[in-house]
Design a protein around this ligand. Structure first.
Ligand code: PLP
Length: 472
């Protein structure tokens, strides 16, 4: 007999579980003590023939899943871009799943469509996006970036939509990035038929920012060679060091050459909500599109990425294709299926709406300011400590640094820092990641969790020093 009833008590138990998880997230190891294959080994080979009780399912969640999870919600998760799922947004996720709308047409959920329009306007205003721009929610910055690049291809050559890119003579389409640009742009080039070879890496200055003069030279050389510049991707807050490309200068080059400019502000864009950081998005109003990820640094759980576009009609031209069974009588309504590859869409705007209302702009600003201040303090400690060094400017909440005792260098220094990282992560007390900057191995500390305190940062600094053999 099936035992698969799900009672009100079961919802209460899940709610209680979530609440207790957040009461003391530090009790978990950040990075679990498991080896590849352990989770698979702990689970049966086949799905159950008969339904099981929720009690048993939840017990296995606690027994197998939780201890093998890397806890991104742990206050000492400092890797990649540290994030935080606000409980209010988790509640919104549960409610969105309850309604379970497939928000592709206005009529498949008027509320999901119009709440997305309103939330996009709210977010746009907070970030200083021109009011005539349109915001659209996607799952990730990779997909939002792909969408923007597909729109740039449509803007460049509308025949591609019907005729494709093969079986005819078409000059190479070119995309301009830097070594610091996130890898999703190259992936988009793969699937858009541009090809990796046509992704041009423009030289950076010594602070890892795209050099406008080098960009102009690359574009001119490509034009002379008969190629077609399609898009420039500038980054506000690069993945490794959070460097900020000179968007205003780049936008002038884009405009003079008729090239689409996409600005990837996936991590750092939200900081423009703080008046003293508004200048991060300086010049973005002259671009064609830009992306910001509330699921990175605005306390919205994965996934929620927002693409703002100057001219939504081009995105629609690139993607709209309406079969008979999806025609709809509401001529004046937004149908979000027209803005991307995906048909059915999750109600992602709900969690962003909950977060904006729960914290208010003041609350979000305060938390981002706190994160930036903690990162600056950490950088100060590193700088003041003999044999440690900062490896890149750190304008926001990420610091790249390394241990560099006298007389060490090259591969040996890299191995030493990699060993420090592994040793810190193996404690389960904190979790960091690394990058390479100008070929030099760098430890990387990112702050972005709602519950990270100064003592968490002090804790990890002590741990790093201890692992480097500097403390007893
Ligand atoms: N752009 C930048 C600058 C990033 O740092 C990242 C991820 O860290 C991405 C894009 C990709 O983000 P997503 O995981 O939302 O695709």
């Amino acid at each position: 007999m099936d035992q698969n009833r799900f009672e009100r008590d079961d919802f209460d138990r899940v709610g209680a579980w979530i609440a207790q998880y957040f009461e003391n997230p530090r009790r978990y190891r950040v990075f679990p003590q498991v080896r590849p294959g352990d989770v698979i080994g702990a689970l049966p080979d086949e799905a159950p023939e008969y339904g099981e009780s929720f009690e048993r399912i939840l017990a296995d969640f606690e027994r197998v899943v939780v201890p093998a999870t890397t806890h991104w919600n742990h206050p000492r998760f400092f890797a990649y871009f540290a994030t935080s799922a606000a409980p209010v947004a988790i509640a919104a996720e549960a409610l969105a799943a309850t309604l379970d709308v497939k928000a592709m047409l206005w009529r498949t959920s008027p509320a999901a469509t119009e709440l997305e329009e309103v939330t996009m306007r709210w977010l746009g205003r907070l970030l200083g996006v021109p009011p005539e721009w349109t915001g659209i929610v996607y799952d990730t910055a990779s997909i939002a970036g792909f969408t923007a690049l597909a729109a740039s291809r449509e803007a460049l050559d509308p025949t591609i939509r019907e005729d494709g890119m093969s079986g005819r003579a078409l000059p190479a389409l070119r995309i301009y990035i830097t070594d610091e640009t996130h890898s999703h742009v190259e992936k988009a080039a793969l699937v858009l038929g541009v090809g990796r070879r046509n992704v041009v890496r423009v030289e950076c200055d010594d602070e890892f920012r795209m050099r406008p003069d080098a960009l102009s030279a690359r574009i001119a050389a490509d034009r002379d060679a008969g190629m077609l510049p399609m898009a420039i991707v500038a980054t506000v807050g690069t993945t490794s060091t959070t460097s900020v490309d000179p968007v205003r200068k780049i936008s002038k080059i884009a405009r003079d050459n008729g090239i689409w400019l996409h600005v990837d502000a996936a991590y750092a864009g939200v900081a423009a909500i703080i008046p003293e950081f508004r200048s991060l998005l300086d010049g973005v109003e002259l671009a064609d599109s830009f992306v910001v990820n509330p699921h990175k640094w605005m306390f919205v759980p994965m996934d929620c990425s927002v693409l703002f576009v100057k001219n939504e009609a081009i995105v629609r031209r690139a993607f709209s294709l309406v079969p008979e069974y999806l025609t709809t009588p509401e001529a004046d309504a937004v149908n979000y299926m027209d803005y991307g590859l995906q048909l059915g869409r999750r109600f992602r705007a709900l969690k962003l709406w909950f977060v904006l209302r729960h914290f208010g702009a003041v609350g979000i600003r305060q938390r981002l300011r706190d994160h930036i201040a903690l990162a600056q303090e950490f950088a100060h400690w590193v700088r003041a400590q003999p044999h440690w060094e900062i490896l890149a400017p750190h304008p926001l909440s990420v610091v790249c640094f390394r241990y560099a005792p006298p007389g060490s260098g090259g591969a040996e220094l890299e191995a030493r820092n990699a060993a420090i990282l592994e040793a810190v992560n193996a404690t389960g007390e904190a979790f960091l990641s690394h990058t390479k900057i100008n070929g030099r191995y760098a430890l990387r500390l990112a702050i972005g969790n709602l519950r990270t305190t100064r003592s968490d940062v002090e804790f990890v600094w002590d741990l790093l020093k201890r692992q480097a053999g500097m403390l007893p």
